[in-house]
Design a protein around this ligand. Structure first.
Ligand code: XIL
Length: 314
């Protein structure tokens, strides 16, 4: 039963959801995760700011809780995330020296990946390194290095710390053909060509209901699969107006079907992570003003049949 069992029956590895101690404290949420998930991704607890808020001072509590819950309940884990411009403590973003930053990245990854070694299916080693126009995003990492080689440092450190974890490059707004998708694919090919250890690409897939690119989502996955690597949908949600029209509700069902179907039909696509269970706990309303209703369970942890059945129909 559940979405995870269903997708496994279609040859995929998992359906997962983000989670963390805050949502693992909600009984209805946990019951859904137990029944529907094969994988969990820490929504916040493994981000740099959460786990190493000051240098060499680690806050393992929340991440350990998530990891222990996953192990107890037989769920695999996607680790999220090491090198990211956001939710990054200022002690890191203030570093202006390449040698220092290199050591800091290496140490952070050695500590975090090392602690969860053997328990992580895949790590988002780097997240959101592109601007929407396909140029390299400004961050302490890209600015101090002046090129992409901060990725080499991070991926090599992750491989050394946990050789069995798949190592992913993750980004958003790859859902539309264009410079961002093209340049992302080219960067991955370049990393492979120079021997950087990378195993997977992640496409977050924070989508807007009815977007014209969703019916052709398979072409996005095909482009990502052209890297030769495993492809993962890592943070799926499909937002509507906060109070959706009946037309939007129908469309959302169609859109969930398109995304699930695209993964199922793409051999390289291994699994889908949905960015939350209930609309009540979704990041969308706090982030996109006036929008919401993005997930498969409503504010009362009741299954949204149109959206859920759409996913199932994929
Ligand atoms: C979001 C979380 O869901 C929120 O709780 C937090 O306040 C901000 O970050 N892309 C990512 C995720 O890679 O880590 C983000 O998660 C959503 C966008």
């Amino acid at each position: 039963t559940g979405l995870d069992a269903l997708i496994k029956s279609k040859g995929k590895k998992y359906v997962g959801f983000c989670a963390d101690p805050a949502t693992l404290n909600i009984a209805q949420n946990v019951a859904i995760l137990r029944a529907e998930a094969g994988q969990v991704t820490p929504e916040n607890s493994m981000k740099w700011q959460s786990i190493e808020p000051s240098q060499n001072s680690y806050s393992w509590g929340n991440a350990d809780t998530l990891a222990n819950w996953a192990q107890t309940n037989g769920k695999i884990i996607r680790g999220h995330t090491f090198v990211w411009h956001s939710q990054l403590p200022s002690w890191v973003s203030n570093i202006n020296n390449k040698a220092t930053l290199t050591t800091v990245i290496q140490n952070h990854i050695a500590q975090v990946a090392g602690r969860y070694k053997g328990k992580i299916y895949a790590w988002d080693v780097a997240n959101e390194v592109f601007n929407d126009d396909g140029t390299r995003r400004s961050s302490v990492f890209s600015n101090v290095f002046g090129d992409w080689t901060f990725l080499d440092v991070a991926f090599r450190a992750a491989r050394a710390a946990d050789p069995d974890a798949k190592l992913c490059l993750n980004d958003y707004n790859l859902d539309y053909s264009g410079a961002k998708l093209n340049n992302f694919v080219q960067l991955v090919k370049d990393l492979i060509a120079r021997g950087v250890p990378i195993d997977c690409v992640g496409t977050q897939s924070h989508l807007v209901v009815g977007n014209g690119a969703i019916p052709s989502f398979k072409s996005t996955l095909d482009a990502l699969a052209s890297t030769g690597l495993e492809v993962q949908i890592t943070e799926l949600d499909i937002r509507t107006n906060a109070s959706p029209s009946s037309q939007q509700i129908t469309q959302q069902g169609n859109d969930y079907r398109s995304v699930a179907s695209a993964c199922i039909k793409t051999a390289a696509c291994s699994g889908i992570t949905i960015w939350g269970v209930s609309d009540k706990d979704s990041w969308v309303p706090q982030t996109f003003s006036g929008q919401g209703y993005a997930l498969l369970w409503d504010n009362n942890y009741q299954k949204k049949t149109t959206a859920y059945n759409g996913f199932v129909a994929g």
